[in-house]
Design a protein around this ligand. Structure first.
Ligand code: HEC
Length: 274
């Protein structure tokens, strides 16, 4: 009963909040608390729903590409440009508000936070996500240089319909100690099954099955299908990687011509270069 009362309260807040009120970006501590409570319940290190753990999420160091994917899930695929516009444009703000209430903040099956909190999370993530269309290189914490894992990531938005984009995230990582590399593609907000085709520097590299079942947390409010795939034995493209046909007629183009030298070097111990 408490749960439905909280939910109703949340809904009442939407109606009551003046659209003119601009959400202040949440502080790092506030963002972390919301993500722990409403997201990490499913995205644990163990279950990794969507191929993603948010158990150790830290807003202070979130990569632009992860922030963009979280926004995609939070807003059911609103383009980043529309989210950014909501800071100054009232129509964009109204749309963001509507989208947020159909998005991932509802997935945990508990009362969502107040609207202002969710919008504040979106505003904070949007600041980080602004750079998600460019390559980003980060190293996981390990202090000893040898224990370091380098991760290179980028997001491409592919338009689907008016104000809905599917965001594709490419993640390339390299563990410098084991020299084991990993390449993952993730997509949001629509999960699916079937297959996808990878094209490396203009030649088809392979068709990869996207099959299986997610081990869901409590299973509520989440669609069927997968949201990520590990790509086996992919060489590091020199010019381009295209991911296509995951959804009919859709393709995401990742340009490697502008991969920064430092990022290529960080991956080189693990992935064969062409
Ligand atoms: C009830 C469990 C559950 C909760 C709660 C949940 N998720 Fe997810 N999430 C999933 C599942 C299952 C998938 C994969 C299938 C899909 O996308 O529907 C997924 C996929 C994703 C993806 C796409 C995969 C990727 O690697 O980019 C993102 C991003 C994401 N979730 C973010 C969030 C955020 C942010 C929250 C909190 C606001 C959240 N999720 C809350 C279960 C959950």
């Amino acid at each position: 009963m408490r749960r439905s009362a909280g939910f109703l309260l949340g809904m009442a807040v939407i109606v009551a909040t003046p659209v003119g009120a601009l959400a202040e970006p949440l502080s790092v501590a506030q963002q972390n608390a919301v993500v722990q409570k409403h997201c990490a319940v499913c995205h644990t290190d163990r279950t990794r729903n969507g191929g993603l753990s948010l158990q150790g999420f830290d807003a202070a160091t979130v990569t632009p590409s992860l922030a963009a994917m979280m926004l995609s899930k939070l807003t059911s695929g609103l383009p980043l440009a529309s989210i950014a516009r909501s800071a100054s444009d009232e129509a964009a703000r109204t749309q963001l508000t509507k989208r947020v209430y159909g998005g991932a903040i509802m997935a945990a099956g508990i009362a969502p936070p107040e609207l202002g909190v969710t919008l504040g999370l979106a505003a904070a993530l949007a600041e980080r996500a602004a750079a998600s269309g460019s390559w980003h290189l980060s190293y996981s914490d390990g202090t000893a240089a040898k224990a370091r894992q380098a991760t290179v990531s980028i997001v491409r938005e592919v338009p689907r319909q008016a104000d809905v984009v599917e965001s594709y995230r490419l993640l390339l990582s390299c563990d410098h100690a084991s020299r084991l590399g990993h390449i993952q593609v993730a997509w949001s907000p629509v999960a699916t099954t079937g297959s996808l085709v990878t094209v490396v520097d203009g030649s088809v590299h392979g068709r990869h099955a996207v099959e299986g079942q997610e081990a869901m947390g409590n299973g509520s409010g989440v669609g069927k299908g997968l949201a990520s795939l590990s790509i086996p034995s992919l060489v590091l493209p020199s010019q381009s990687l295209v991911v296509r046909d995951l959804f009919p007629g859709e393709q995401a183009d990742f340009s490697f011509a502008d991969l920064p030298v430092a990022a290529r070097a960080a991956l080189s111990p693990c992935v064969a270069s062409r």
